[in-house]
Structures are given as C-alpha cells and as structure tokens.
Design a protein around this ligand. Structure first.
Ligand SMILES: [Zn+2]
Length: 133
C-alpha cells in the first residue's frame, strides 16, 4: 500500500485516523514498536522505520478520570483517559468512551474508534478514541 511508504509524521498519523486507520511505527533494525510518529527509532536511532496498521484492539494498562478538563472538553467531564496496550505491542494514550468511570477496569479489552475533528481546532484531521470491546 502506497501510504505505508511515507515517512511517519504526526500529520500522517492524523490523516490516517481521518480514514479510520490506526497507525504505529515499527523499527526494522531493532524491532521496537511505538505509537509516536517519528522518523528515527527512539531505542536504537535507526532511520529504518516503517508505518504499520494496527487492528485497533488492546487492553487498558492504566487510566485516570478527569474531573477538571481543559476548556474545550469542559462539557465532556468527567471523562476517562487511559494508556492502551495494543495487541501489536505498542502503547497509546487515549480517551476511553462509552464506559462509566466507576465501571472501568485495568485489563479490560478495548477497541479503537474514530471521529472527525471540528474545523478550527488543531489537529484538523480525525481523532481516535477507545471503547469497550
Ligand atoms: Zn530501533
């Protein structure tokens, strides 16, 4: 697939989200997998990194309930932000939706979802979130 040949960038990450694709980066030199779109491996410094497409399924590693959010998320509070470990072996910080804060559990299975961003806010492309599987 042609788009997988692009250099991993933050912009590229969100453009993939816009198409309903959750991407991560794999280092072909040391095998590290990471969510942060970078053109250089954070572990070994190799530039031999490639986009990979995630199946978007993972489990919750840790979370926090936000009661006092930044202004633009004011009407969504309280909401849950967690670290999700994807089955491919990388971790991602994400909004966790469709679950009451009192029902959320470490280890619960989650799947990715996407929404279009409102124009005028950065980033201008799609966003991801996770919901219970
Ligand atoms: Zn590496």
């Amino acid at each position: 697939m042609e788009s997988l040949e692009e250099k991993p960038t933050v912009e590229g990450f969100y453009k993939h989200c816009d198409r309903g694709e959750l991407m991560f980066v794999e280092c072909l030199s040391c095998g590290s997998k990471f969510a942060a779109p970078k053109a250089i491996c954070g572990r070994c410094g190799s530039k031999n990194v490639k986009w990979r497409m995630s199946k978007g399924v993972g489990k919750l590693i840790t979370y926090t309930v936000i009661h006092v959010p930044p202004l633009q998320f004011k009407d969504q509070a309280p909401y849950v932000v967690g670290i999700v470990e994807l089955r491919e072996g990388f971790k991602l910080l994400s909004l966790i939706r469709d679950v009451e804060p009192k029902n959320i559990q470490v280890g619960m299975e989650l799947k990715v979802g996407f929404e279009k961003s409102n124009r005028g806010e950065w980033p201008y492309w799609g966003r991801y979130f996770f919901t219970p599987l």
